[in-house]
Ligand binder design. Structure first.
Ligand code: ADP
Ligand code: ZN
Length: 649
């Protein structure tokens, strides 16, 4: 979220705000000076200011006539014109006719005093040199002012970046950030370190230098970063990544240097870089154009600064992004932003908490049901909720009410949703139902299929624009190989989503497209690469795929048309066989799925343990032999296996 720099207006003086006007005034002054000062070296105009009004321009022939009639006392000859002073003080001017070589002879013959003069002087000479420079400076000022205006700085502040670095000592506390309990727990350690750095330094503990806060816009990343500073009671230096770009080359890097200098001077302290992807975009993704020099310099400076101080300097750099995948790998290396904290969109309970936090500052009617509002706002982020409450307060104010009522809140929610519907950040009821069954299908298969990875979380809170819901599997400890039954298990889990839609919704959706693709790929690799089918036996049909520069390499097929047909058949047949068995499982466990969907509707996020509890209860009620393997038991089994092998020796 963009933040208003309170110093912005103070720092922007008239000139920085109005570069065009400055330039115009500047030009006019210069021109006036020019007009006023440019005389010539002629003694006529400078000597007799009063007489100079009696200047008469005459034709060359008239001038010659005057000379002939001896009416002229003195003549001055310039490069383009001649001035002649008559006996009665009138100055005649005329243009030189270059083809008259006899002028001097004529003047000599008449005995008229003549001399040459330069029509220009030092000032005009210099002006001729200066003008282009002045013009360039003027144009530069104009654009610089425009650029910096949008960033809240002054043109004279180049290199002096203190103005763009927002420094404060926030009194935000963890209590102000709601619904992101896990994230708060993860940054708690940082607060502790900033409060008591000596403890950690003495013991030799390595504290993370950089922490990346990852999450959709408005989920409270900035707020959380501020709360860390507030809880630790340390200064908070913040900049926006995008303010480093579209600047003059070198300034971004200078600003990074300044930023770290200030933060180190005031250590312990926090540096917060919002929208770090603006600087930290992968250089590889920069494309063939050579990327953005300024960004690269800024990024390099940032990396250098981060490497430049030890873990004993109590400065922690927090950065926010909603696109961690585009970040340059160099940023994520150990000693830099090697820790990521997810600041997710809130689930039902989270939304209730956030609404409560923001309701503290407005007068709320006693009849307001917060849960009702939370239920209506699935998929919205904290910033949206804060907005809804503020809007409702404005509505109430307009109607001269003493408190904000449920009606105001409803109206405000409606507006917010109407505005957001376009951005498809909120799913409708029909989609919610499909997603709930789909994800429950995945979860059930994951828990009841031997060899499948256990579920850690099922969610119907939309994540980004693409995924409407998701099922997270337990992170596997480093696995270097998979057995065949585990691969089939993964296929079953992937098919579980689509199958659940068919069984419970009786209609299928596009939501399973990616699942089917992945299932197909797994079976294909079993045939082609791992020799796990009798299509080709042990024969490998494809060499390890080498993706060169994003997959430009031509894939040459090294097997026959017949083999290809056999493989296609195998994939198709196995998919449909597995799909049938998955459908059968879902029908068998219908009650468990309904239980999960119900809980998902209520909480939006459910844990793996809750999933297992629902399934086990269902199995007990129906006297099933449980298919759910408790992970602890599983580990015990494994240890027994190990013991057996060891005892053989
Ligand atoms: P981000 O940095 O993730 O884009 P912000 O921290 O700028 O989001 O959030 C903007 C505002 O929205 C906050 O100042 C706060 O009022 C509100 N807000 C967002 N998330 C939360 C939250 N989890 N708890 C309370 N308020 C929140
Ligand atoms: Zn799916």
């Amino acid at each position: 979220m963009p933040k208003q720099d309170p110093n912005k207006d103070k720092n922007n003086n008239f000139f920085n705000n109005n570069p065009l006007i400055t330039f115009a005034i500047f030009s006019v002054v210069i021109i006036l000076l020019f007009k006023g000062l440019v005389g010539d070296t002629s003694s006529f105009s400078s000597d007799n200011g009063a007489n100079s009004r009696k200047t008469k321009h005459v034709s060359y022939s008239e001038f010659k006539g005057l000379v002939e009639s001896k009416n002229i006392a003195k003549v001055e000859i310039g490069q383009t014109y001649i001035k002649a002073k008559s006996a009665d003080g009138i100055i005649y001017t005329t243009r030189i006719v270059p083809s008259d070589p006899n002028l001097v002879t004529l003047l000599d013959s008449k005995g008229i005093e003549y001399s040459g003069f330069s029509e220009t002087n030092w000032f005009t000479d210099m002006f001729g040199w200066l003008f282009p420079f002045l013009l360039i400076i003027g144009i530069w000022m104009f654009f610089a002012g425009r650029m910096q205006k949008s960033m809240g700085g002054g043109i004279l502040g180049m290199g002096n970046s203190k103005k763009m670095i927002n420094s404060e000592k926030p009194d935000t506390k963890f209590d102000d950030v709601a619904g992101v309990e896990e994230a708060k727990e993860e940054v708690q350690e940082i607060v502790d370190f900033l409060k008591y750095p000596a403890r950690y330094v003495e013991i030799g503990a390595k504290i993370p230098k950089g922490v990346l806060l990852v999450g959709s816009p408005g989920t409270g990343k900035t707020l959380l970063a501020k709360a860390v500073a507030g809880e630790a009671d340390v200064p908070f230096f913040s900049v926006n990544g995008s303010s480093f770009i579209e600047m003059f080359v070198g300034v971004g890097a200078a600003r990074v240097r300044d930023l770290f200098e200030q933060a180190k001077k005031d250590a312990p302290s926090i540096i917060f870089i919002d929208e770090i992807d603006a600087i930290g975009k992968s250089r590889a993704a920069g494309g063939m154009m050579g990327g953005n020099d300024e960004r690269e310099q800024t990024l390099n400076q940032l990396l250098a600064e981060m490497d430049g101080f030890g873990t004993d300097t109590p400065v922690i750099i927090l950065a926010a992004t909603n696109r961690p995948e585009v970040l340059d790998a160099a940023l994520l290396r150990p000693g830099r932003f090697d820790r990521q904290v997810l600041v997710d969109k809130p689930d039902f309970e989270g939304r209730v908490k956030i609404l409560k936090v923001h309701m503290k500052s407005v007068k709320i009617d006693n009849d307001v049901e917060i849960e009702e509002i939370a239920r209506l706002t699935a998929g919205l982020a904290g910033a949206d909720l804060a907005n809804i409450i503020n809007e409702a307060a404005l509505l109430a104010g307009r109607k001269s009410q003493k408190t904000v009522t449920q009606v105001d809140l409803f109206e405000s929610v409606e507006r917010a949703i109407a505005g957001l519907a376009k951005k498809s950040r909120r799913i409708n009821q029909k989609e919610k139902k499909i997603v709930a069954y789909h994800e429950s299908g995945h979860a059930l298969l994951a828990e009841t299929t031997e060899g499948a990875k256990k579920v850690s979380k099922v969610s119907i809170v939309p994540r980004g624009l693409a995924a409407l819901g998701y099922t997270l599997n337990k992170p596997e400890e480093d696995r270097f190989m998979m057995q065949r039954y585990e691969m089939w298990a993964e296929v079953d889990v992937l098919l579980g989503g689509r199958a659940a839609e068919e069984v419970f919704i009786e209609e299928i959706s596009t939501g399973a497209g990616n699942d089917l693709e992945r299932a197909t790929d797994i079976i294909k690799s079993m045939v082609q690469t791992y020799g796990m089918s009798d299509v080709s036996g042990l024969m490998v049909l494809e060499k390890g795929r080498q993706s060169f520069l994003g997959g430009g390499q031509q894939q040459s097929r090294e097997y026959s048309e017949k083999m290809a047909e056999k493989m296609d058949d195998f994939i198709k047949v196995s998919l449909s066989e597995h799909y049938d068995s998955v459908i059968a499982r879902l029908q068998e466990y219908k009650g468990a799925i309904e239980g999960m969907v119900e809980l998902l509707y209520k909480k939006e996020n459910i844990t793996g343990d809750e999933v297992r509890e629902i399934i086990i209860n269902f199995e007990k009620e129906n006297n099933f032999k449980s298919k759910v393997v408790e992970s602890v038991d599983e580990i015990k089994e494994e240890l027994k296996e190990d013991a057996k092998i060891l005892n053989k020796d």
